[in-house]
Design a protein around this ligand. Sequence first.
Ligand SMILES: Nc1nc2c(ncn2[C@@H]2O[C@H](COP(=O)(O)OP(=O)(O)OP(=O)(O)O)[C@@H](O)[C@H]2O)c(=O)[nH]1
Ligand SMILES: [Mg+2]
Length: 702
Amino acid sequence: MKTPATDKIRNVAVIGHSGSGKTSIVEALLLRAGVLARPGSVEDGTTVCDHEPEEAKRQMSLGLALAPFEWKASDGATYKVNLIDTPAYGDFAGDVDTALAVADLAVLVVSAVDGVEVGTETAWRKCAERNVPRLVFVSKEDKQRADFHRVLEQLRSTFGTGFVPLELPLGEEEALHGVADVLTGRGFEYDGDGTHRAAELPDDVAEEERRLHDELVEEIVSGDDEQLERYLSGDVPTATELERTLAHEVLDCIEFPVLVGSASSGVGIDRLADFICELGPSPADRPTKVVAGPSEAPVEVDVAADPAGKPLAFVFKTVADQFVGQVSVFKVLSGQIRPDDHLLNTATGTDERLHGLFHLRGKEHVHADTVVAGDLGAVAKLAGTPTGSVLAPKDAPVRAATPQTTMTAFGLALTPRTQADDDKLSGALAKLVAEDAGLAVERNEESGQTVLHGAGDTHVAVALERMARKFGVHVDTEDIRVRYRETVVGHAEAEGKVKKQSGGHGQFAVAQLRISPREPGSGSEFVSKVVGGAIPKQYIAAVEKGVEEAMAHGGIHGFPVVDVRVEVYDGKTHSVDSSDMAFRTAGAIGLRQAMQQAGSAVLEPVSMLTVTVPEGHQGEVLGDLNARRGRVLGTTADGAGSHEIVAHVPTSEILRYAVDLRSITGGRGTFVVTHDHYEVLPDHLVDRAKEHAKPVAARGGH
Ligand SMILES: Nc1nc2c(ncn2[C@@H]2O[C@H](COP(=O)(O)OP(=O)(O)OP(=O)(O)O)[C@@H](O)[C@H]2O)c(=O)[nH]1
Ligand SMILES: [Mg+2]
């Protein structure tokens, strides 16, 4: 691929609801651009973007994919379009954020059959939050029950003003055969190969076109004072002038052009490419915010995509390639990146040499000589550059402005199937996490579990399938063990006694202990009240050690003991047979006996859960939280149609909340959860807790 000029680059995120047709549109554009000789299909798993076996198996996109192509637009210029196909399934939303962080335009795909759906709303909101310019493509116009006008109305009633239809379909459903251009009044008929020729507009379309044309012109000029003045004095701007004004309004996120077509029949696909090039912003129109200066006094600065500027690259994605290893995908924020450049990773301090450069197209590597400001490139085998880093010259060390946040709402514990799997597990997990910033690994020392966290059950399942395929590591999964605790409920005294004096060197130690409960959450304490050397000083420490070990090992129910005050107040020693070992054992025995007498209660972890749901879903969410023994602390409306519910809920009740909330709210709810405190577990649930948590003592060992 030739190195493009920055102002001729278009970075376009293709976003929308699940199955709205995004991947098929990307495929159709690649076909029309001549990159592909034959189109693949989502059903056969043969598209450029859904190239991973896990995607083919599910017939859906599970990660972002790049699809660059060159396009000679109707204005005569040649552009380089970098399409970024995104997954829509909620678990993979992180990749939509990633795509929008580097895109200068979003094409929001809305199915002409299904209209505005949950995923359309989510995608729109993400663009609005980031101020990403938008085009809407109404897809599947060839399908039964397609209705362009209904979708247009839905867009307006859901998102408000600014939707300007630039096209009208000629025919609808099976009869779809072309589009009318609202700006010029011309008609275009499509052939089977996706090329078009001029066509007469039927009377009804012509009439609607004229009406829409006038509305469109007024809408466009009203955003430009000079054109508005001319227009009001009777001077109608030319189509080219109007397009130029519209391009500014698209950049400012005031207008959102609406196009129509079909990936299957190719209708409108070439014109989509034209509009992307002619109305979409170039990287030069949208500077990137980075952070300069020392970390104590960071300064935000705008970097313009200037090819003559200092070379700066933002690594936004890492993929594990089976042949070349780790591939870092980057956007050049300014300057030019050349093979063998040395740059500094400003986050890790690693000096990186960029060997061969290439562009990714699906899984294919397309050689690149230079990657210029605004363009997307890739490089293999960087030494220490995680996703989200900026590579910069040593004399201009800037950092990324927004560190990526990880939302891990769901976790599963992993058990390697074989010793070989066990040996390779941590290495493989590290690679998975490097590839996907939305995953996190946690090693729980207490339960001995290795937990993989992700955004939802599908996210974790897909990650494990990838781990098996790419790294040959196979695991079984189980729920995360809840970390129950135990504490005493009353006061008690007990004697810990070790006496073994038959033959040879004996063992002797006696420790008298007193235990009592402490404030929940305040921790345990050990106090010595021994007087007169009944237990010599050096052995007091041994008693304490024994008590601590016994508490960690588990109380009556087998859970670690917390919030207990233990006092050693008397004891006995033998001048020959006493030892550290004997007093440790005495301490442990004493604690266990005292607990038996005092009685113990199981404590369960309680989480602080904050759920955000759209209006109308609060009732179901509250009812469900109630059934989970939750205690609602408050609900607030944000005034923009969302409700926030804050509740304390036992952690054991929300291990699969990511999955459950999705089904309760149809994917519209989100939540954040953090550990909050421990509470006494009701007696009737103790057996279930023991069964589920397999407490330390029950697992033997130690
Ligand atoms: N008739 C018709 N079917 C289409 C068209 N575009 C896509 N489809 C079908 O719709 C289904 C979903 O298409 P995809 O391209 O996978 O949609 P997507 O938005 O990428 O889906 P996710 O990545 O899973 O969100 C597939 O079965 C496609 O063959 C179209 O223009 N016309
Ligand atoms: Mg897709």
